[in-house]
Design a protein around this ligand. Structure first.
Ligand SMILES: [Zn+2]
Ligand SMILES: [Zn+2]
Length: 344
């Protein structure tokens, strides 16, 4: 089968390669991938800004169908539509694992970076990672369960409270999911973007943003003040991994407010840490997801509180992965999916 693989450390070194079909070892299942989302992490892997163990198949945002079940697997059967958590292996003994935060386990090995992932036709994962896709959620939508679970983890850590006024910078796929989780949590959301984001900002409006602001044309600080009785936003969330946005959000957050970082920069940035002191900010970040966020992500998809159709902008067969990566890197559209289905 064909697979999009990182074959060696360094910039690039991603190719379409033929590999053997995996079989289901004890405690594991084989998913036939229907769709796998391209994530910012995949671009960071391409640019060698994210740790991998090559050769490895990329892709960790997977939806598909169970086609084989290993021994010692219960309650999972062939034909079940599923998505999968991304940690192939954690130690299950360290303080983080025992505390329900396996995302922080130093021995964590994830699909798509350390173990073969989903930019191919078949992927092997631990049965304990499987979540059944609700009947009314499509395979394409279910491929967004992983980024949605990451967003839920970030928002949990940010301690959002109902009635908060939130400012999001970065109207990409993660920004759009963050917007919808915040609205579902009772916040009022203002989405910031650049002139290149005009289409994305109008989608943000459709998805529930109370206001959208093009940062190049407006006095953003004044507008946020006007919307917050002169105080500034209760919470600001950086979803783009853009240094200037991170800096601007420090000016928009109120005293005693919260700053949450979701996007990855891939390198150190200049950031005025003094503002954290002057304003007594609470700063939080997040790393991937925790298991309970997956159940809640699937509920939000099933209830329609999170709309993914407006976010999925293109589907490419995996042999066109380069076009897909190029489109994603150029910020054309939002979430782009790869599919092996055309490869039958
Ligand atoms: Zn992802
Ligand atoms: Zn551990």
């Amino acid at each position: 089968m064909q697979a999009v693989m990182k074959i060696a450390p360094g910039i690039g070194n991603v190719i379409l390669s033929a590999i053997d079909i995996p079989n289901a070892t004890p405690g594991h299942v084989i998913i036939e991938v229907a769709y796998a989302g391209i994530c910012g992490t995949d671009l960071h892997i391409y640019h060698d800004e994210f740790r991998t163990v090559p050769p490895v198949v990329l892709g960790h945002e997977i939806a598909g169908t169970i086609v084989e079940v290993g021994t010692h697997v219960h309650d999972i059967s062939v034909g079940m539509r599923v998505t999968t958590e991304t940690y192939y292996q954690t130690c299950q003994q360290c303080r983080h694992c025992r505390n329900g935060r396996p995302n922080l386990c130093v021995q964590r090995k994830s699909i798509g970076s350390a173990v073969n992932g989903g930019f191919t036709r078949y992927v092997r994962v631990p049965a304990t990672n499987i979540h059944q896709i609700p009947a009314n959620v499509s395979d394409q939508s279910a491929a967004l369960t992983e980024p949605l679970a990451c967003v839920i983890n970030a928002i949990d850590l940010s301690r959002i409270t109902t009635g908060d006024i939130a400012v999001i910078a970065g109207p990409g796929a993660i920004g759009m999911l963050t917007l919808q989780v915040l609205v579902a949590s009772g916040a009022k959301v203002i989405m910031l973007g650049t002139p290149a984001d005009a289409t994305r900002l109008s989608i943000a409006r459709q998805l529930g943003a109370a206001h959208i602001i093009d940062v190049s044309t407006a006095d953003v600080g004044q507008q946020i003040e006007d919307m917050t009785e002169g105080l500034g936003a209760d919470i600001v969330i950086e979803c783009a991994g853009a240094g200037p946005a991170a800096q601007q959000l420090l000016q928009l957050v109120r005293r005693g407010g919260r700053y949450t970082q979701i996007g990855l920069f891939g390198k150190p940035i200049a950031w005025d840490m003094d503002q954290v002191c002057y304003k007594e900010l609470i700063v939080t970040g997040s790393n991937a997801s925790v298991p309970h966020a997956w159940n809640r992500a699937l509920r939000l998809l099933a209830s329609g509180q999170v709309n993914t159709q407006a976010i999925i902008s293109a589907v490419y067969p995996i042999n066109q992965w380069q076009e897909a990566f190029t489109q994603f890197e150029a910020k054309q559209g939002l979430k782009i999916l790869l599919t092996p289905l055309a490869d039958k």
